[in-house]
Design a protein around this ligand. Structure first.
Ligand SMILES: NC(=O)c1ccc[n+]([C@@H]2O[C@H](COP(=O)([O-])OP(=O)(O)OC[C@H]3O[C@@H](n4cnc5c(N)ncnc54)[C@H](O)[C@@H]3O)[C@@H](O)[C@H]2O)c1
Length: 351
């Protein structure tokens, strides 16, 4: 049977995990090449994974005919251009979140995908996490009745180095982090977010304001059908990597993830972190693998991806509205409905 030829661009922390998974754990795919602007890193990853080809740019890698699909794991601001380039070369695409860091870039990327007739999946891997999938199954089965309330939090462990902000290659908190929860909100509630209200803080690291970023946020959500929600993000929780969600319905509730079952938990860097995951690569190890397996399987069998470019655009619109609310001191902001424009692009639906 034909294997899916895959090339990966950006083999830092995330891209390297995708490369390892595809090379070692997805027999239906062949990792043909990696590309990284840091040529040494690309060469090192290729050597470690015992593959022959590494390139210093995506464009050079795209010239290969034996690459059917490209995984994009460069920093956020390069995603849209990389999608357009890969689509132009006729490759199917799995792109890390976010789809883009601006509406204009996202639209250009989706148009390039529609024009080329290729398929695009966005890396919302929580949809492939066994715990979240189990929650979704119960919601779909009607076990909690009609969803009324959504709560989700995502807290990263280590304080990001200041260079991460200075380099300005990733989107601010809502695009880089909270977007996972924005996507979960739409997916698990089976509804669109129509309005947001974002409160943010830099109180424990004021210099982040210089880079247009924040340490933590709390975003209220209103859904089209009347439900409400709240998502919280924190990039330096210190005690661990903590991701949890709650969906409360008319007949019951589902909690995904938990800290230890103790009435009161004290969590610090030196104290209790052993009870928690400390990194996304451990907490979501199964999800990252299931995500690329599903992508490879769907590409090989000519099926649409499970998490499409449309889903990426919908989550991005919530992030854009949240940033706008943050810039307006927490004023409520409508989430733009891109449905008509998306369907209108190139006269066909964007997958
Ligand atoms: N789904 C998730 O849970 C998850 C987790 C972490 C990161 N991510 C996303 O993955 C992406 C990469 O994040 P990371 O933490 O691996 O970053 P990273 O900095 O560790 O790696 C990025 C790599 O891309 C390379 N690069 C930069 N610009 C490039 C370009 N123009 N062309 C080719 N290579 C280029 C860098 O040299 C580096 O090796 C980001 O978009 C991030 O939001 C997703």
């Amino acid at each position: 049977m034909k294997k899916l030829g895959v090339g990966i661009v950006g083999v830092g922390e995330m891209g390297r995990r995708h490369a390892e998974n595809i090379r070692r754990l997805v027999p239906e795919a062949r990792l043909v090449a990696v590309a990284d602007a840091a040529a040494d890193r690309g060469r090192q990853v290729a050597a470690d994974l015992e593959i022959e080809n590494s390139y210093p740019s995506l464009e050079e890698m795209l010239a290969r005919k034996d690459i059917d699909a490209v995984v994009i794991a460069t920093p956020d601001k390069f995603h849209a251009n990389a999608i357009a380039a890969a689509a132009g070369a006729g490759k199917d695409i799995l792109c890390e979140k976010p789809l883009a860091t601006s509406r204009g870039d996202a639209q250009a990327a989706l148009r390039a995908v529609a024009r080329a007739g290729v398929r695009l999946q966005i890396g919302f891997m929580r949809r492939f996490d066994p715990a979240y999938m189990a929650a979704m199954k119960r919601i779909e089965a009607g076990d909690i009745g009609e969803p009324v309330l959504f709560k989700s939090l995502g807290r990263d462990k280590d304080i990001p180095p200041i260079e991460a902000y200075q380099s300005n290659v990733n989107g601010m908190l809502f695009y880089n982090n909270t977007i996972h929860d924005f996507d979960l909100a739409r997916w698990l509630m089976g509804d669109e977010v129509t309005e947001v209200q974002a409160y943010t803080t830099v109180s424990i690291r004021p210099q982040l304001a210089m880079y247009g970023d924040v340490v933590a946020s709390s975003v209220n959500l209103k859904f089209a059908g009347g439900a409400i929600g709240n998502v919280e993000s924190n990039v330096q929780a210190i005690y661990g990597y903590d991701v949890r969600s709650e969906i409360v319905g008319s007949k019951g509730a589902i909690f995904v993830g938990s800290v230890e079952k103790v009435p009161t938990a004290f969590l610090s860097a030196s104290g209790s972190s052993h009870i928690l995951a400390d990194h996304f690569l451990t907490r979501f190890a199964d999800a990252y693998l299931a995500e690329v397996r599903d992508f490879v399987d769907n590409m090989l069998h000519d099926r649409p991806p499970r998490v499409s470019g449309r889903e990426g655009m919908k989550a991005l619109e919530i992030a854009i509205a949240a940033e706008d609310s943050h810039l307006q001191g927490g004023a409520p902001r409508r989430v733009r409905d891109q449905e008509v424009e998306l369907l209108g692009a190139a006269g066909q639906s964007v997958n």
